[in-house]
Design a protein around this ligand. Structure first.
Ligand code: WT7
Length: 650
């Protein structure tokens, strides 16, 4: 692999006022963290968090990998995000909302305070939601989604947001696993000027036995919805009568803040648990360091609140630091691929954060669109979710950022809570496609899984984090063992288990980190994790499916697409297969949602398996890519199957 990538130095003007101004400052911070880890984090925690009661201990590792940060400390995350700004930022925009149809709403910090308190009172008074109760949020991208999150935080309820693209079955699984007693949803919202619906999905998820007692419905598109008397309540009818004052619940530093389900290598999604103080501290600090947001800046992240990026970098991070965060309901290519750039111009956006897949779409559909708008407000551009390919990077840098904005390629995951490896826009000389260096305070290292030693330059290893960090996942909901096994089972350093991200990575000669992708059976579709086992479990629900194996295949827009090899119980030829594809797709839609639809399905006479019955996915991945099969297939139960499958895929 050639390591001679071009290097782009930070913009000098920008660096002068940046929070971290050069690599010396970066190294000083990282050195301080190495010399006195607890001192480093303790000082920041004291400075950044509005404690109700101070903490006694910075880090308690005595029960590792179950760790405690800032034990003894008391706070409320909604106060950290709202109340503490009221003295100085009461009339500052907290959220600028732009609807699909171009409608704009500005919510000041004072407005936000009132909305959140009213919502909190509604949950408390009308639905008896108490500290520790789980509340599922199934919402479109509207400000009420943020109010709902913060209202939960205010009363100490644990929210679990389910992305609006998930099906009723996926929603049901997550509701049941978390034993949620309330669901917050909306009638629906708008997409490409047309209404779409969410409430019917909730209705379908709650049929039969369910832990859910109450459903709150926010009106957005005003379409008719079914109403279950005694269960369903109208937010809009109730909210005005609620008091706009709600005392924040006093929370322990380690009280859970939220759950967010994510895919792993088994069929069942994991409820990743994040707790209060450590999470909010890192959300805020990374906003300040990585996006370098200043008091009068306007910041926009295009993610959905249903993913971790929406949690940390639309709601919690920006609000904790007192920034103005833009929320967008619509589709970035509608009415045309200039939509985001018109929003940059109209709202004078200073930091723009999106996924490589979105950049590829915008590039493909509107190469010359950025030039039509005034993009001069932009200072920092971010990417997240997958490695960014050179053509997308170049267009983003030159056309969107006019060759003057830093691109921060932020590497992290649901479990890390916030960025862990990323450039600092005023300090780090960047290389396209490189997440560069661990952030100060994050002990991220690429290790050899066999020895636990740091890998040599150019050698692929496992991306690990060798010390606990404040925003680290605290557990898998309801399954302590799965937490330990999933993250602390694969790599040991000096004999001690360390956190393994599931990603492979490599260092170049200058120590830059490039993430090379997942090492497990997880596919990255448009920057989102899809577990192959989850998709396989859905496909297996079809009566005529005997066996199935799903792999990722490089896709020009999505990064990876889903490729399924299916063995049917009975196969009556092509006509039959066309029907089966339809039937299987509708099952996937019902079980998971459109995001898990297969790009390709091939019906094969068998699958390549070892004699012990393990499916050799490596071979299937290679066939999907159209690669030559170089690995040894002699250990297969039936080596001839490889050739047969390969012939069908061509
Ligand atoms: C996985 C996490 C983090 C929020 C969005 C996705 C991949 C993430 C990068 C990057 C290369 C990246 C990893 C990671 N990933 N950021 N900058 N470069 N790969 O969150 O669903 O938890 O997925 O996304 O494979 O493990 P997620």
């Amino acid at each position: 692999m050639s390591d001679k990538k071009p290097v782009f130095k930070p913009n000098k003007e920008f660096a002068k006022n940046a929070n971290i101004k050069n690599m010396c400052e970066y190294h000083d911070l990282q050195d301080k963290a190495m010399e006195d880890y607890e001192g480093f984090w303790g000082d920041f925690a004291k400075e950044k968090i509005d404690w109700i009661e101070p903490f006694d201990k910075v880090l308690d590792e005595s029960k590792a990998p179950f760790v405690k940060w800032f034990d003894g400390g008391k706070l409320n995350v909604s106060s950290q995000c709202i109340d503490r700004h009221l003295d100085t930022r009461k009339n500052k925009a907290a959220i600028i909302f732009e609807g699909d149809r171009g409608d704009v709403q500005t919510i000041t910090y004072l407005d936000l305070y009132k909305h959140v308190n009213r919502f909190a009172n509604l949950l408390k008074e009308d639905f008896n939601v108490k500290k520790g109760d789980r509340v599922v949020i199934y919402m479109p991208m509207i400000p009420e989604a943020a109010y709902a999150m913060l209202a939960c935080a205010r009363i100490g309820a644990i929210h679990s947001i389910v992305f609006g693209g998930f099906s009723s079955e996926a929603l049901r699984d997550r509701i049941e696993d978390a034993e949620a007693k309330v669901v917050i949803t909306a009638d629906g919202a708008f997409r490409k000027e047309k209404p779409y619906m969410l409430k019917p999905v909730v209705d379908a998820a709650l049929t039969g036995k369910t832990p859910v007692k109450k459903v709150v419905v926010v009106q957005r598109n005003h379409e008719d919805v079914e109403w279950v008397a005694g269960r369903d309540y109208s937010y809009n009818e109730m909210i005005e009568q609620k008091s706009s004052i709600c005392e924040p619940e006093v929370m322990d530093a380690e009280d859970p803040l939220f759950l967010l389900y994510t895919s792993g290598s088994t069929g069942k999604p994991k409820g990743v648990q994040h707790n209060s103080a450590g999470y909010i501290l890192w959300a805020q600090m990374t906003m300040e360091w990585v996006f370098d947001v200043k008091e009068n800046d306007t910041y926009w992240c295009t993610a959905d609140v249903g993913w971790i990026t929406g949690h940390t970098y639309i709601v919690y991070g920006p609000l904790a630091m007192g920034a103005t965060t833009v929320m967008f309901e619509g589709v970035i290519t509608f009415p045309d691929a200039g939509r985001p750039w018109s929003m940059v111009e109209n709202h004078r956006i200073n930091q723009f954060y999106t996924a490589p897949t979105a950049i590829r779409v915008l590039h493909k559909m509107g190469e010359n669109e950025p030039a039509k708008y005034d993009m001069s407000s932009l200072k920092v551009l971010g990417t997240v979710g997958e490695p960014i390919d050179p053509p997308a990077w170049k267009w983003y840098y030159e056309e969107v950022g006019q060759s003057k904005c830093a691109i921060v390629d932020t590497y992290w995951q649901t479990e890390t809570g916030g960025h862990v490896v990323s450039p600092l826009p005023g300090a780090t000389p960047i290389k396209p496609g490189c997440a560069t260096f661990p952030l100060p305070g994050i002990m991220a290292e690429i290790l050899d899984p066999a020895t636990g030693e740091k890998v040599e330059v150019g050698e692929k290893g496992y991306m690990c984090i060798t010390k606990p960090w404040p925003a680290q996942i605290r557990g898998v909901w309801g399954d302590e063992e799965r937490y330990v096994k999933s993250y602390f089972g694969d790599v040991k350093k000096d004999g001690k288990p360390v956190y393994f991200t599931g990603d492979g990575a490599v260092y170049d000669e200058e120590g830059y980190i490039t993430i090379t992708g997942r090492t497990d059976d997880v596919i990255n579709v448009s920057g989102h994790r899809m577990g192959t086992a989850e998709v396989e479990a859905a496909i297996k629900k079809h009566d005529n499916v005997a066996e199935v194996a799903v792999v990722g295949k490089p896709h020009p827009i999505k990064g990876e697409g889903i490729f399924a090899y299916i063995v049917l119980k009975s196969d009556d030829g092509i006509a039959d297969e066309v029907e089966e594809v339809k039937a299987i797709n509708s099952i996937i839609k019902k079980e998971i949602g459109n995001i898990a639809l297969c790009d390709e399905m091939v019906f094969t006479p068998g699958l390549p398996k070892t004699r012990s019955g393990k499916i050799m996915r490596r071979i299937l991945r290679a066939i999907a890519k159209g690669e030559e099969i170089t690995q040894d297939i002699s250990t297969l139960e039936d080596p001839s199957i490889v050739e047969k499958i390969a012939a069908m895929v061509k």
